[in-house]
Design a protein around this ligand. Structure first.
Ligand SMILES: [Mn+2]
Length: 428
């Protein structure tokens, strides 16, 4: 018996049309490969889609393929990720689950203030599957803390735990995931722990637990992901063979197009020198049919980043028939100190640095009552404050869906916000 484990497909990610299409094609190829490998079922450990309601033309193509696979007798077991889940909003996953296309892994109820999980049993193989969904920015911690572990450990049979979060003990490889739960939150003795959320491939046998694996992002949803691909990170999914125990694991590569990546250090160089180096790197790159990414970081000794004609360099790569070309210069600054004070690789990192900075200088009015003070401190100081700010940023940044009434949209934003501020009870 065998199953496939995919994670973090992020269908609908990418604004660029070609990357968007490649991302989808990678998913389709992965499913074809599952059929060829004659898997009995497929687990998707969250972030199948990049948003709760992605571009419907992409959903249509993905669903056609999923249906085709399902019609061959291969069921899908799926959890929400941090991207395709939103409190109080209907996710495309809900719609597809209602249609019978997927089985949702998480079957939870709260009994005596504990989260009780039921197992879903795969009819053909008898495998028992359960798990927890992801939440935006680590809200899942709360659920792990009140998880009824005992009943999960008592269950007999071949057991799979599906989850969507980073694990603190695996931090070395997951440093870019500040939120995580310790492995002690998980029930012991499962045969396989099917992870999502971490975009790099990790496979580890954990004593007293079992085999824990993250397949990583199938294609990648950010330039940082693609840079990792360019540095040699494998992209694909797992196929696991089992009888009453796991008998074999293999990682299936699904790399439809190569990524060329080169990083250039700009420290102590002038803007003109850096431009020359970038031009040379672009001219020497065998960019044909590749995703070509250049990255330049450091502090210029003379001139400003805006003195460099990045567009012209990109053009060189396009003329060499790169599928896609990009030059990342967000971490380039100048000694002239006219530019940004905060540097970061991407928007998220810059946000994090700004919020960290602000959290450090957070002060509470000493004139307040002590009860109010401790309440405020609990919600707004240190890491809690940073988490809340980040959650609010993403919650307030959601867009109105096509066809959604302004009133409904406002209600959705308000409900999400109240939920994050803990001003409203939400049904699980
Ligand atoms: Mn993800």
């Amino acid at each position: 018996m065998r199953f496939a484990h995919l994670g973090d497909c992020h269908i609908g990610a990418w604004r660029d049309k070609k990357l968007k299409e490649l991302n989808l094609q990678t998913f389709i190829t992965a499913l074809d490969s599952c059929v060829n490998q004659k898997v009995d079922f497929i687990i998707i450990s969250g972030d199948l889609f990049d948003t709760t309601l992605p571009d419907l033309s992409l959903v249509k193509k993905a669903v056609e393929k999923i249906k085709e696979v399902k019609d061959q007798g291969i069921p899908f077991y799926i959890t929400y990720g941090s991207h395709d889940f939103a409190p109080n909003a209907v996710s495309i996953i809900d719609i597809l689950t209602s249609s019978g296309l997927f089985t949702k892994v998480v079957d939870a109820k709260i009994v005596d203030e504990k989260v009780q999980l039921n197992f879903i049993q795969d009819l053909k193989t008898g495998a028992k599957i359960t798990g927890l969904s992801g939440r935006r920015l680590g809200l899942e911690k709360k659920y792990y803390n009140i998880l009824d572990i005992e009943s999960l450990e008592k269950e007999q049979g071949f057991k799979i735990f599906v989850f969507h979060n980073a694990i603190i003990e695996l931090r070395s490889k997951t440093a870019s995931y500040p939120e995580g739960v310790p492995i002690s939150c998980f029930p012991k003795g499962f045969d396989y722990y099917a992870g999502g959320h971490v975009h790099e491939k990790i496979e580890k046998e954990i004593t007293n637990y079992g085999l824990l694996a993250y397949p990583g992002a199938l294609f990648g949803s950010t330039f940082t992901d693609l840079e990792h691909t360019g540095k040699g990170e494998k992209r694909g999914f797992y196929i696991i063979d089992f009888d009453d125990k796991i008998t074999n694991t293999q990682f299936i590569d699904v790399n439809l197009s190569k990524v060329f990546f080169k990083q250039i250090n700009a420290d102590k160089k002038t803007a003109r020198q850096v431009e020359e180096i970038l031009k040379k790197a672009a001219s020497e790159c065998e960019a044909k049919d590749k995703i070509a990414l250049l990255k330049v970081a450091g502090e210029l000794s003379l001139g400003k980043p805006s003195d460099i004609n990045f567009n012209a360099i990109k053009q060189i790569l396009i003329e060499k028939q790169a599928i896609f070309a990009s030059i990342n210069h967000y971490s380039l600054s100048t000694e002239e100190k006219l530019e940004l004070k905060i540097k970061g690789e991407n928007r998220q990192e810059i946000e994090t640095k700004i919020l960290d900075d602000m959290a450090c200088s957070f002060k509470i009015d000493p004139a307040l009552e002590s009860e109010v003070k401790s309440k405020i401190e609990n919600k707004l100081a240190a890491q809690n404050g940073i988490n809340l700010a980040r959650n609010l940023l993403s919650s307030l940044g959601i867009e109105k869906n096509e066809g959604e009434k302004k009133k409904d949209f406002e209600k959705r934003v308000l409900q999400n916000t109240l939920h994050l501020l803990g001003l409203e009870e939400v049904e699980q």
